[in-house]
Write a protein that binds this ligand. Structure first.
Ligand code: ATP
Ligand code: MG
Length: 566
C-alpha cells in the first residue's frame, strides 16, 4: 500500500477555498505592505515529539503551512525536543509521515531545537555575563514557594546575587554533569514582583541525565521551552510565530530573551486552540488511552489522531477543508465534531464508489426466478462522478438483504419489504413477498418472493409500482468481509469538563462492534485505505489489516448524523 500523495488524484484538487482573510492574514498583509522582514513570510510548525499528531495539530499545520503558502512564504518543521524523557523517534517519524499525508511540504531539512543546543548554551553564557542569569541551588519546591501568586509578589532567591564568575563556573559544572538532577537550575534574572508570573525569574536550564533521541548523552542540562523556543524561531529567521492563546502571557518573556540578546525577534501571534465536542485532544491523555488498552494503539480508527483518522478512511482533503471551515479566531470555543464528519462525507460523496454490502443478512428467495440463472446487472459506480464508470453486479434467485429491511406486518409508512408488499431491488427487478420460513423460535429465516419479469431497471414495462429500493447481494457470489463499526469514543460532549470525574468514565462502551458482512464480489480486489459507499449504510474504508483472504472494512462515517437525534 502506498501512502504517498498522488497529486493527479482528484481528491487533492477538491479543496474548498475560503477567500476571506483572517486576522493573521491581515497582520501579514500589513507587514508585507511595510516591507517588514524584507517582505519574507516564514512560519514554523513546532511539535513536541511526545505523541502522535491529533486533529488540534492539524489545525496548526493548516494555519502555518496554509498561511505561508498563501503569501509565497516557507514553513519549517521543527521538533521542540527539549524534554528527552517524554520524547521518542517513533513520534518524530509519525509526525513527519502525517504532515506529508496531509499534503504539506516543509522547507528544507527537518529541524530540531536540539540542533541549536550549542548556540543556546552560548546565549545563556552571554546572559550570565550581562548579569541577567544566575544559578539557583533552591529545590523545585522552594522555587515554587518563592514564586508568589498573581496578586502576591514573589521573593528573591538567596542565590540571586551570585557573582558572574561564580555563575559561569557553576553553569559550566552543571553542563559537565557534576551535579545531580534537581540540585541546580539556571534562571533568568528579571523581576520577582512582576505582575506577569512568567517574568518572575523563569527557569532556563535544568539538569537531566537522560539520553536524548537526537543528541544521545552529550548533554546533562536541557533548556526550558520558553528559552529554546524563541531562540529557535530567531535563529531560523521565522517572521510570524503562530501559537495558541495560552502563550499570550509568555510573549513578554519571548521578547525579553531576544531583546536582551539583541537578536532578531519574530512576531508571536496567538490564535484560539481547536476544541472539538466528544473529543479529547491532549497527547498525554491520548497516550493513556493507548497504554491502558482502551484503544488498539495510536492509529486506532476511534482516535482523533491523524493516523487513526487516516486508517478510518478520513481523506486528507476533508481534514484540510475542516481546518479551513473552523478558521482562526482570537477566542476559544468548541467546534461540533459533526462539522468534521460533514467534511468527511462531503469528500467521500464525490469520490467513493457505491457498492452493495449487506451488514445483517437474511436470505431472500425469488421462487419464480429460474434456479441456476445469473444475470449481470450494469451499475453506475458513482452518480456524482461519471468518470468512475460502471461495473457488473450478479443477480440470482437466492439473495441476501438487510434484516431490518423486512417486517412481516409493517406499518403503513414502512417503505421496505413486508408480506404482500412490493419493493425494487436496486438495479434489478420489483419483487413481491408472499411467504416466510421461520425457525423454532418463530424468527424469520427466509423470505419468499416472486419477481415481475417485465420490471427490470432501465427497461421496466411492468406498470407495477414500488415505493422503496433495497440493496442486496447474490448468495452464490457473496464474499464475507469483516466490518468494524465505529462510533464515537466518548459518550459525553465534553469528557474533560467534569470536576472530580475522570475522562475515562465517559468512554462509550459501544464504540466498536465487529460483524461479518456479505459483500458483492467486486470487492474481492481492494487495497488498504480504498473507500466505498456501502449503499444506504455509510462510508467504509479498507483497513490495513485487510488481506485478499480476509477483507476488513472500517466504517468511516454513517451517511447521516445519527447523534443529532440522540
Ligand atoms: P498537547 O496538549 O496535545 O500535547 P501541545 O500544544 O503540547 O498539545 P505540541 O506538540 O507542543 O502539543 O504542539 C505543536 C503545535 O500545535 C503548537 O504550535 C501548538 O500550539 C499547536 N496545537 C496543539 N494543540 C492544538 C489545538 N488543539 N489547536 C490548535 N493548535 C494546537
Ligand atoms: Mg506539549
Amino acid at each position: 500500500m502506498s501512502e504517498l500523495i498522488n497529486w493527479q488524484n482528484p481528491i487533492t484538487q477538491m479543496e474548498t477555498k475560503k477567500e476571506s482573510r483572517n486576522f493573521i492574514d491581515l497582520i501579514i498583509e500589513e507587514d508585507l505592505s511595510n516591507k517588514k522582514n524584507e517582505s519574507r513570510v516564514h512560519t514554523r510548525f513546532p511539535p513536541e515529539p511526545n505523541g502522535y499528531m491529533h486533529i488540534g495539530h492539524v489545525k496548526s499545520v493548516c494555519v502555518n503551512f496554509g498561511t505561508a503558502s498563501k503569501y509565497g512564504g516557507k514553513t519549517n518543521l521543527r521538533f521542540d525536543d527539549t524534554n528527552p524523557i517524554a520524547e521518542d523517534v517513533e513520534y518524530v517519524e509519525s509526525i513527519k509521515k502525517d504532515i506529508e499525508w496531509l499534503g504539506f511540504k516543509w522547507d528544507g531539512a527537518v529541524l530540531f531545537a536540539s540542533n541549536y543546543f550549542d548556540q543556546l548554551h552560548e546565549f545563556a553564557i552571554t546572559l550570565i555575563k550581562k548579569g541577567k542569569a544566575y544559578v539557583d541551588d533552591s529545590s523545585a519546591e522552594e522555587i515554587a514557594a518563592m514564586k508568589g501568586t498573581p496578586t502576591v509578589p514573589g521573593t528573591e532567591s538567596p542565590f540571586r546575587d551570585r557573582s558572574i564568575e561564580e555563575n559561569l563556573d557553576l553553569f559550566k559544572r552543571m553542563k559537565e554533569g557534576e551535579f545531580d538532577e534537581g540540585t541546580k537550575v539556571l534562571r533568568a534574572k528579571i523581576d520577582m514582583s512582576n505582575s506577569n508570573m512568567h517574568l518572575r525569574d523563569p527557569l532556563m536550564y535544568r539538569i537531566r541525565k537522560a539520553k536524548h533521541h537526537q543528541t544521545g548523552s552529550t548533554w546533562n542540562i536541557y533548556p526550558m521551552y520558553d528559552w529554546a523556543h524563541g531562540l529557535s524561531d530567531s535563529i531560523e529567521g521565522i517572521t510570524h510565530s503562530i501559537c495558541t492563546l495560552e502563550f499570550e502571557v509568555h510573549r513578554p518573556l519571548y521578547e525579553w530573551f531576544l531583546n536582551e540578546l539583541e537578536v532578531f525577534c519574530p512576531q508571536q501571534i496567538e490564535m484560539a486552540r481547536l476544541n472539538l465536542s466528544y473529543t479529547i485532544m491532549s497527547k498525554r491523555r491520548l497516550k493513556k488511552l493507548v497504554e491502558l488498552n482502551h484503544v488498539n494503539g495510536w492509529d486506532d480508527p476511534r482516535m482523533p489522531t491523524v493516523s487513526g483518522m487516516r486508517r478510518r478512511g478520513y481523506p486528507a482533503v476533508s481534514l484540510r477543508n475542516f481546518a479551513n471551515r473552523v478558521g482562526v479566531a482570537r477566542r476559544n470555543h468548541v467546534i461540533d465534531v459533526s462539522l468534521l464528519e460533514f467534511s468527511v462525507r462531503e469528500t467521500l460523496n464525490k469520490t467513493a464508489p457505491r457498492v452493495m454490502a449487506v451488514l445483517d443478512p437474511i436470505k431472500l428467495i425469488i421462487t419464480n426466478y429460474p434456479e441456476g440463472q445469473v444475470e449481470q446487472l450494469t451499475m453506475i459506480n458513482n452518480p456524482e462522478d461519471e468518470t468512475q464508470g460502471s461495473r457488473q453486479v450478479p443477480f440470482s434467485r437466492d439473495l441476501y438483504i438487510e434484516r431490518e429491511d423486512f417486517m412481516e406486518d409493517p406499518p403503513k409508512k414502512f417503505f421496505r419489504l413486508g408480506i404482500g408488499r412490493n419493493v425494487r431491488l436496486k438495479g434489478a427487478y420489483i419483487i413481491n413477498c408472499h411467504d416466510v420460513v421461520k425457525n423454532d423460535n418463530g424468527e424469520v429465516t427466509e423470505i419468499h418472493c416472486t419477481y415481475y419479469p417485465e420490471s427490470k431497471s432501465g427497461s421496466d414495462t411492468s406498470g407495477v409500482k414500488a415505493k422503496g429500493t433495497l440493496h442486496f447481494v447474490s448468495i452464490p457470489h457473496a464474499i464475507d468481509a469483516e466490518v468494524r463499526l465505529y462510533d464515537r469514543l466518548f459518550m459525553d460532549e465534553a469528557p474533560m469538563s467534569h470536576k472530580d470525574r475522570d475522562f475515562l468514565e465517559f468512554l462509550n462502551p459501544d464504540s466498536l462492534s465487529v460483524i461479518t458482512a456479505k459483500v458483492e464480489p467486486h470487492l474481492k480486489r481492494v487495497n488498504p485505505l480504498d473507500s466505498f459507499q456501502f449503499m444506504r449504510k455509510g462510508y467504509f474504508a479498507v483497513d490495513a489489516d485487510s488481506t485478499p483472504e480476509h477483507i476488513v472494512f472500517n466504517r468511516t462515517v454513517t451517511l447521516r448524523d445519527g447523534w443529532k437525534k440522540k
